[in-house]
Design a protein around this ligand. Structure first.
Ligand code: SF4
Length: 232
C-alpha cells in the first residue's frame, strides 16, 4: 500500500497563491495569509487520504485504454505505454469530508475561504499522483539493477484519453473500495480524487515532440512542467 501522509500532501504556500492567481513574487496580503492558514487547518482536520493501485499487464491495459473507442486518433499515452516495463492502475481520494466542507463554504457564501481550501485540496490531490509515481520508482529500484525507471501518471480526461475511459478503469481497479464512485458523466465523487495509470519505463519513453490537435485547448500543459514535451 502507498502511504499518503498529510505532511507530504500539503502544498507549498507559493503553489497555492499561484493557483489562486497571485502573480509570482507578489507579497500576499495579511487577509490572504490568514485565509491560507485557516484553509490549511481545515485541510488537516478534514482530509481522509486513501489510495489503491494494482499492477496490470500491457495487453490488458490496451483494452482499458481503448475504453469506449472515443480517444483522440493520436495520443501521447498510446505511444508511451507499449514501451513501458511496468504499469499500475491507480486511484486516490482526499475523502468526502473535505469536499463536503468546500461545498458548505460556498453554500454559506464564504467564497474566499472556499476558494483557498479548494485550491489546497486540488494541489494535494495532484501531489498524491507525484507520491504514487515515486512509490513505483522506489519499488522498481529495489527489484532491478541498472538504469532507474521513470514513472508518470496518465489520466482519463487528459491528453486525448477520453474521460469515458474511466468506465473500464473502474471496472478493473474497483476504486469504490476506497469510497470513489463515478457518475453518468464519468466524473469522480468525492471531487478531490484522481485516477489513471502509472507508467514506469526508461525516461525517454515519456518524451514526445509532437503537438497534438487537442493541445491547442489545453489550459494546463503539465507535459512541459514534467519534461515530457520537447515542443508544444
Ligand atoms: S499540451 Fe496539454 S494536452 Fe497536450 S500533451 Fe501537454 S498536457 Fe497533454
Amino acid at each position: 500500500m502507498i502511504d499518503f501522509p498529510l505532511s507530504r500532501l500539503q502544498p507549498q504556500e507559493a503553489a497555492v497563491y499561484a493557483a489562486l492567481g497571485l502573480p509570482s513574487g507578489s507579497r500576499p496580503s495579511t487577509r490572504s495569509a490568514a485565509l491560507l492558514q485557516r484553509a490549511l487547518e481545515l485541510f488537516h482536520s478534514c482530509s481522509e487520504p486513501l489510495g489503491v493501485s494494482e499492477p496490470i499487464r500491457l495487453d490488458e491495459f490496451a483494452g482499458i485504454f481503448a475504453g469506449q473507442g472515443r480517444n483522440a486518433p493520436a495520443t501521447p499515452l498510446a505511444g508511451v505505454f507499449p514501451r513501458a516495463e511496468r504499469l499500475h492502475l491507480f486511484a486516490f481520494t482526499l475523502g468526502a469530508r473535505i469536499s463536503g466542507e468546500i461545498q458548505r463554504l460556498f453554500a454559506s457564501d464564504d467564497f474566499a475561504l472556499g476558494s483557498v481550501l479548494d485550491a489546497v485540496a486540488s494541489l494535494a490531490a495532484d501531489q498524491a499522483g507525484r507520491i504514487a509515481e515515486a512509490w513505483v520508482e522506489s519499488r522498481d529500484a529495489g527489484q532491478k539493477k541498472g538504469a532507474r525507471l521513470k514513472a508518470l501518471l496518465y489520466s482519463p480526461g487528459y491528453c486525448g484519453w477520453h474521460i469515458s475511459g474511466q468506465e473500464k478503469l473502474f471496472a478493473r481497479l474497483r476504486p469504490e473500495r476506497i469510497g470513489i464512485s463515478l457518475n453518468a458523466s464519468f466524473l469522480m465523487s468525492p471531487l478531490k480524487s484522481i485516477s489513471g495509470v502509472l507508467v514506469a519505463g526508461p525516461a525517454a519513453i515519456h518524451r514526445f515532440s509532437e503537438v497534438y490537435p487537442f493541445c491547442g485547448q489545453c489550459k494546463s500543459p503539465t507535459c512541459r512542467e514534467r519534461g515530457m514535451a520537447r515542443s508544444a
